[in-house]
Write a protein that binds this ligand. Structure first.
Ligand code: PEP
Length: 249
């Protein structure tokens, strides 16, 4: 079975109720490729609003989740709370959290495991810095990040994971990876999944690209064999998001 094309929208810490309503209404009204799975991630305070307003065919994701079930963890949200709010997805390991909030590979892996145990699907972000790319460490970095997760998940649990390859140097910078750069890393990730987890997991896991994806570059990127969709930041706040959803039309 071919892998379903997946487009995620990460609103980050942008928007207020009015603008979120208008973004969601644009997505609801748009002619969307029915074969693309769409999941949007508003700021936490607007998760319930977004879930109430978004068409049922549009998934809603938290931008983050905590790895513990409850307790004295000021400011955090649990998997159970997200499920209670009818949220079915979470982003985990976004580079902004890895870098600015110093989340390490093991913490990201524990969050991934907790999310899956509690019934969420996960958009797992991985990716290298510019320095790491220039030192030819890209594949080492992404496989190290995946390796931490692989220690905690069994083979079946990978079906709940969409891997977002997001080179840090391309996020929010306007510097998109070339189609060849994206394809090379996606193919290496798939090879690693095949060797480390199983050939079936390699075949079935969606590997999406993130980093300055726009309506101008999405079509070329989407033609690459191992690019199964996108995680979109800035452009997910704009009407152009619909063109990205429709990249393969
Ligand atoms: C992101 O935040 O996941 C992202 C890819 O951002 P942008 O599209 O703005 O580069």
């Amino acid at each position: 079975m071919p892998r379903q094309f997946f487009v995620g929208g990460n609103f980050k810490m942008n928007g207020v109720a009015d603008s979120i309503k208008s973004i969601v209404s644009n997505i609801n009204k748009a002619q969307r490729d029915p074969s693309t799975q769409v999941v949007i991630a508003p700021p936490a305070i607007y998760l319930t609003l977004t879930r109430e307003l978004a068409d049922p065919s549009v998934g809603v994701a938290a931008q983050n989740v905590f790895d513990r079930p409850n307790g004295a963890f000021t400011g955090e949200l649990s998997v159970e709370q997200l499920k209670d709010a009818k949220i079915d997805w979470t982003i985990v390991g976004h580079s902004e959290r890895r870098v600015l909030l110093r989340e390490d590979d093991d913490f990201v892996a524990r969050k991934t495991k907790a999310a899956i145990d509690g019934g969420l699907s996960v958009i797992l972000c991985i990716g290298e810095s510019l320095e790491e790319r220039e030192a030819n460490k890209t594949i080492d970095v992404v496989t190290r990040q995946l390796g931490a997760v692989a220690k905690l998940l069994n083979e079946q649990e990978w079906s709940k994971v969409v891997i977002a390859y997001e080179p840090i140097w391309a996020i929010g910078t306007g510097k998109v990876a070339t189609t060849a750069q994206a394809q090379e890393v996606h193919a290496a990730i798939r090879k690693w999944l095949g060797e480390t987890i199983s050939p079936a997991v390699a075949e079935n896991t969606r590997i999406i690209y993130g980093g300055s994806v726009s309506d101008g570059n999405c079509r070329e990127l989407s033609k690459e064999k191992d690019v199964d969709g996108f995680l979109v930041g800035g452009a997910s706040l704009k009407p152009a998001f619909v063109d990205i959803i429709n990249s393969r039309l």
